[in-house]
Design a protein around this ligand. Sequence first.
Ligand SMILES: Nc1nc2c(c(=O)[nH]1)N[C@H]1C(S)=C(S)[C@@H](COP(=O)(O)O)O[C@H]1N2
Ligand SMILES: [Mo]
Length: 599
Amino acid sequence: MAHDESSIPGDDSPAGAFDPASAASKSFRAETDQKQYSAVEDSWAGSVPAQYGVAPRVRIGRSRWFNLLWLVPIGFVLLITAIAVAKGLREVPAVAQFVSEHPGTVLPSGAEDRQGIPTWVGWQHLFNMLLMIPIIRSGLTIIADHPRFYWTRHSTPGRDWFRVQKPVPADPLWTAKQDSITLPDSIGLPGRRHSIGLARWWHLGINVLWLLNGIAFYILVFTTGHWQRLIPTSWDVIPNAVSVMIQYLSLNWPTDDSWVAYNSLQIIVYFITVFVAAPLAFITGLGMSPALSTKFRRISRVFSIQFARSLHFLVLIWFLLFIIVHVTLVVATDALHNFNKMYASSNDADSWTGFWIFAGSLVLMIILWVGATPFTYRHPRAVQRIGYALIGPAQRLFEHLDSKPGQYTEKDISPYMWHNGKYPETTEYKELLDNDFAEYRLRVSGLVGNPVELDLKQLRELPHHEQITQHFCIQGWSGIAKWGGVSMQTIVDLVKPAPEAKWVIFYSFAEGPDGGIYYDAHPIEQMGYHLTMLAYDMNNEALPYGHGAPLRLRNEVQLGFKLVKWLKGIEFVEDFAEIGGGEGGYNNDHEFFGYRQSI
Ligand SMILES: Nc1nc2c(c(=O)[nH]1)N[C@H]1C(S)=C(S)[C@@H](COP(=O)(O)O)O[C@H]1N2
Ligand SMILES: [Mo]
């Protein structure tokens, strides 16, 4: 394993006609874009033009796609048919008897003593509603950034089971960014194409509040006995739920007793929503984190990021269906009474109090809805700061998961790996490429005792490190590859960072969409992680052009955008505030991403 220290330039060896001092003073900072971006304007992110998707489609069999818009007429016909059938059924004596024996509501013992909707339920319901809207809207923007769903982690084109985008074009260098689509600003939060950075602050930030609201709800539900209204306590709920379904569909609705107990169909649906869908949203959300998935590989092997992302999406569908049916029934069945129960904690059937409170909350909801996207475009840094204040602690925590190598095996390697980012177009890079990188030098500088410049031969002479790991793009796609190269710890040992060095900046040959070279900052602790490396090989061959030739970074606790491709330099610094726009990376400066991305 030991390498000959004296063969490394930067030592005072004869080979090193290289001056450490000049390397240390030379930095790539000057090539970064130092402009501070503080609004989302038309020229934002290199003026990425709007691009709209297609109607949602589900794959049937190998390659046939079913357009889900057909569900509108089909659903309508089914509903009409179901109503006709239910009406007919109620005329059948046996069914009439079944309905009268199972009127719909099962009263648990002591229900009479627990009657009423407590005020805290009303408040939590209100908060939940206000929080769910931005969560769902920003979630749609996140989906729009990779508008496809898969069941396996390979994200292979054509193997998606759902898409709102055309099939992937044949272009071998087609990027995930090119594949992203625009949403209307009133639907997505925000709607602009590839505004995932901002959407994630909304989504993850508000998720924290939603989670706290949910935890408070769980605690109150179980300490007050209110759980007995939400959790079925006898098998009688099944026939009663069937009965309620027949009664609703026949448009001859069950007597409402919800001040005392919900009907059986309500209980089942509320139970699923509160105790299955909500926790599943949380778990599947975490299932998409690179740091957690890499650490808990045994779980994520089966429960892969794409499986988690697909389930997360199905939970969204459940919530959307729930909201539509729930709101329809609240309004269609004794609306004033229902508003009084949930908004005024009162069983008054005729007063308008509950309605006015509801109307007030609706106004608030509409103002927030209409204002959220324009606010985000005008104050993206505020969205970024608030979002980071909320989710940052969890992101920092998960960054400490230093996982062992050998995560996957050769047979897990993905047949297709998406490309991403802006390809290097500078003459500097093209000349190197044309010359097979014979002139390539990686420059490692900054707060180090021994700055070095390494060519590819020297890099290949350093102790070899290999890992088969999974890539997690912020946009949602993933893939497994085998990476061969040098462990970052080897580079650290070689250059001997000074104690003040806290951050490591990786600079690319490639520019970003607004000009200025792509760069990213990583905490120095993570340079010692088992899975932090510089890769010059991918799947047993020299790293291809599209994936970052001749050298790229891998740090498996982080999302893909932090893994700089076409690497030309590394600088150890005390603080990233003076690099580029000062936010810790190109996408952070320009697209309001975060600098810690373990989730
Ligand atoms: N120089 C540079 N490196 C970059 C990017 C980029 O735009 N420029 N994009 C990043 C993003 S968003 C991802 S997901 C990965 C994609 O790596 P791949 O194309 O090898 O799959 O590269 C990262 N490295
Ligand atoms: Mo990415």
